[in-house]
Design a protein around this ligand. Structure first.
Ligand code: IMP
Ligand code: MG
Length: 176
């Protein structure tokens, strides 16, 4: 099935080095031990591309993951974030780059940031591929945004509809 592209593969590929460079400039001076943390599963494709783009601008890092869920099977968030699995390694005293596919209501990143702080992260910088500012339910300002998008449900590049369509290599508009 085809989905109307909102952001093409070429646009994502073009944006990634500039976004990585912007993140590199914004990281604290002491970025020793930087860990990139993403909430699974939506973060996966963006994090994979961003990781390599960060490497190319000289930002060494390792990874960790949270498993967070709020959407269930539909296109509307349930409004409640649940942590299904926690970090594997300690982030205590380390700078963290928290990344996700989309910032929508802001609840997931709010939850993740609070959790990382309770685990002793030294600093938290945030980046998302897509920001939907019109949808915010809780105030959350993302530090580095790939693309600002309108209030629409999108699929592909890691974003799912009830677990389907994550492998679509571009960002498509989902119309019910
Ligand atoms: P928030 O907690 O409402 O900010 O939602 C963030 C999470 O919901 C993201 O990590 C995405 O995985 C998911 N999400 C938000 N909008 C969309 C969408 O348009 N398509 C697919 N997933 C979405
Ligand atoms: Mg998600």
């Amino acid at each position: 099935m085809d989905y109307e592209p909102l952001i093409t593969e070429a646009q994502i590929a073009e944006r990634m080095p500039a976004l990585a460079a912007e993140i590199a400039r914004g990281l604290p001076d002491t970025r020793e031990g930087l860990v990139v943390v993403g909430p699974l599963k939506g973060c996966l494709v963006f994090m994979a591309d961003l990781s390599r783009a960060l490497w190319k601008v000289g930002v060494a890092h390792d990874y960790d993951f949270l498993r967070l869920a709020s959407y269930g099977k539909g296109t509307e968030s349930t409004g409640k974030v649940q942590m299904e699995s926690d970090l594997i390694h300690s982030v205590a005293g380390r700078p963290v780059l928290l990344v996700d596919d989309i910032c929508d209501s802001g609840r997931t990143l709010t939850f993740a940031r609070a959790h990382l702080l309770t685990r002793g992260a030294a600093s938290i910088t945030t980046s998302v591929l897509m920001d939907k500012p019109a949808r915010r339910a809780v105030p959350f300002a993302v530090d580095h945004v790939g693309f600002t998008i309108p209030d629409a449900f999108v699929v592909g590049y890691g974003c799912d509809l009830a677990e389907a369509l994550r492998g679509l290599p571009y960002i498509g508009l989902y119309k019910a």
